[in-house]
Design a binder for this molecule. Structure first.
Ligand code: SF4
Length: 223
């Protein structure tokens, strides 16, 4: 089976298993960007808590940028690695405000996708995952954020090679799917839910999975 055909089959099964949702911006772009920086190796609840505490303590992007770093570390401490994230957030804010004159990134909507991606990944602490998530979720750009769940599930299915990094998987998976923000959004959400509920890290629950027939991992381990 061709990889593209397999990716589309996976997409269809994911929709059947986990549903299809409209692609709507869930958060204001600066909120999405900074919250996603906080989310690295952190669950959603603690990401939200860290963001809320930061905002409650400082009240503006300028105040967050100018805060003593130790205070920002303390405020975002529900997130993991706060001592790394705090200086990165301050440097990213400094860079955005210096270039744009304000803490806003709405202008990215008008840029071609590649240009917008390159602009975001130049910010300190912003990698391809954070940049693509911001571009897809806020601006409907046709990119595919690859987090730990997408990376693991894609590898098990055989959509990407076993040794392909999450960063490289972004381009490889994108090449297999239609360049359509709605499809890419629902593929991302479906794979995320699948990785959280069924194709979990330690022991995938293959008995509950509708992808067994086209899954390399299942074919290798259960047939
Ligand atoms: S068959 Fe098993 S390993 Fe393959 S995607 Fe489903 S849960 Fe994951």
């Amino acid at each position: 089976m061709q990889f593209q055909e397999k990716a589309l089959l996976v997409y269809g099964k994911l929709l059947e298993m986990h549903g299809e949702i409209p692609h709507l911006p869930r958060r204001e772009p600066m909120h999405e960007l900074i919250s996603t920086m906080l989310s690295h190796r952190t669950n959603g609840r603690n990401e939200d808590l860290a963001y809320a505490r930061m905002w409650e303590r400082f009240g503006s992007w300028e105040a967050i940028r100018d805060a003593p770093v130790a205070e920002l570390v303390e405020a975002i401490s529900p997130a993991n690695y706060p001592e790394v994230k705090a200086p990165n957030i301050q440097k990213a804010l400094d860079s955005i405000i210096a270039e744009r004159g304000e803490a806003r990134i709405d202008f990215l909507a008008e840029l071609p996708t590649d240009e917008a991606l390159q602009w975001l990944v130049k910010l300190p602490g912003v990698g391809v995952k954070t940049a693509t998530l911001t571009l897809l979720f806020c601006f409907g750009k046709p990119v595919l954020p690859v987090d730990t769940h997408l990376h693991r599930v894609s590898g098990r299915l055989g959509l990407i090679g076993a040794k392909v990094s999450a960063e490289k998987a972004h381009d490889q998976l994108l090449a297999l799917l239609p360049l359509d923000a709605h499809v890419l959004f629902n593929f991302h959400i479906g794979m995320l839910k699948h990785g959280q509920k069924i194709c979990v890290w330690r022991e995938p629950r293959c008995a509950k999975c509708a992808l067994t027939e086209i899954c390399d991992y299942f074919q290798e381990h259960h047939t």
